[in-house]
Design a protein around this ligand. Structure first.
Ligand SMILES: NC(=O)c1ccc[n+]([C@@H]2O[C@H](COP(=O)([O-])OP(=O)(O)OC[C@H]3O[C@@H](n4cnc5c(N)ncnc54)[C@H](OP(=O)(O)O)[C@@H]3O)[C@@H](O)[C@H]2O)c1
Length: 281
């Protein structure tokens, strides 16, 4: 019998690559998307193998409906994995980031992920399935201006750790993939969306934080292009789904490995200085 997996945020980048990769491996992939266009593209590119399911993580009804549809469709192909991948990057100084934007960051990257996980757990309990959370080295090392995003990834790591212990008794594994820089549309998208947020800052805030905002924006533009291909993450996700006993955490990328090492061994104030120097500040 074919086994199935659900991937949130499958319209682009890592989620899309995972969807195609796992579908080619023989999994029935349920791909969370928000737009009809993206659903059509995934169906076309996979020869109708991938089944898109509409999912907006900021909308409880949408989460409930997506889970219901998955439950129905997975009757003939048991759900063995839920890959919590969808994510956005909200950036701005914590002094002036609008609280509504901060809330949106947590809704998508943390609260929506937990809500979807809750909905899938009864299905995963039947198959002793796997939950894979797509985290980041920003879940270990915080950076200025990226406070909202870092808070979301630190929170996701905590959820991963708590949940792993809670559901172990039923043979459900929970892993986090702590990813460094990957070449996906997230970099350009986040520069565009955050510029809109920054445009609405007061002149005073713009003046206070202009050099930091510019430094982070320049770094984001430069980093995205030099990232690893998203296939490097898809391979690790596949490994987790296929492993007899998945590990609690996986690291993708030398940059992530280095940052995580520094977070463990470098004193806080020295780490602050290294990060500021890295940003040219
Ligand atoms: N790329 C990196 O360097 C990197 C590094 C570390 C961690 N990550 C993590 O990897 C994950 C995937 O990122 P990516 O780089 O592949 O970015 P991406 O190409 O921008 O993909 C993000 C996905 O999330 C979806 N999404 C956004 N808001 C949503 C919502 N409200 N409800 C449901 N889905 C939503 C997007 O859908 P739409 O197309 O409809 O907006 C898109 O499919 C994220 O969690 C990110 O934090 C990425």
């Amino acid at each position: 019998m074919k086994k199935s997996v659900f991937i949130s945020g499958a319209s682009s980048g890592i989620g899309r690559t995972c969807a195609i990769y796992l579908s080619e491996m023989g999994y029935q992939v349920f791909a969370g998307v928000r737009k009809q266009d993206d659903a059509e593209k995934l169906k076309y590119e996979s020869g109708n193998e991938i089944i898109p399911i509409f999912l907006d993580l900021t909308d409880e009804n949408s989460i409930r409906e997506a889970a219901k549809t998955t439950q129905h469709l997975s009757e003939s192909c048991p759900l063995v994995g839920a890959i919590n991948n969808a994510g956005i990057v909200v950036a701005g100084p914590l002094e002036c980031i609008p609280i509504s934007e901060f809330r949106q960051q947590l809704e998508v990257n943390v609260i929506g992920q937990l809500s979807l996980t809750q909905a899938f757990l009864p299905l995963l309990r039947r198959t002793q399935g796997r939950i894979v959370n797509i985290g980041s080295d920003y879940g270990r090392v915080a950076s200025p201006i990226l406070g909202p995003y870092c808070a979301s990834k630190f929170a996701l790591k905590a959820l991963t750790d708590s949940l792993r212990m809670e559901v172990k008794a039923w043979g459900i594994s929970v892993s986090i993939v702590e990813i460094g820089t990957i070449n996906t549309p997230i970099w350009d998208k986040s520069i565009r969306s955050n510029e809109k947020i920054w445009d609405n800052f007061t002149d005073e805030s713009k003046k206070l934080y202009s050099s930091m905002l510019q430094a982070v924006k320049d770094k984001a533009g430069e980093l995205g292009k030099n990232g690893l291909p998203p296939e490097s993450v898809a391979k690790v996700v596949a490994k987790i789904l296929e492993a007899k006993k998945p590990k609690a955490r996986y690291i993708v990328g030398l940059d992530s490995r280095l940052n995580i090492l520094m977070s463990k061994f470098v004193p806080d104030r020295l780490l602050d200085r290294i990060i500021m120097l890295y940003l040219g500040l």
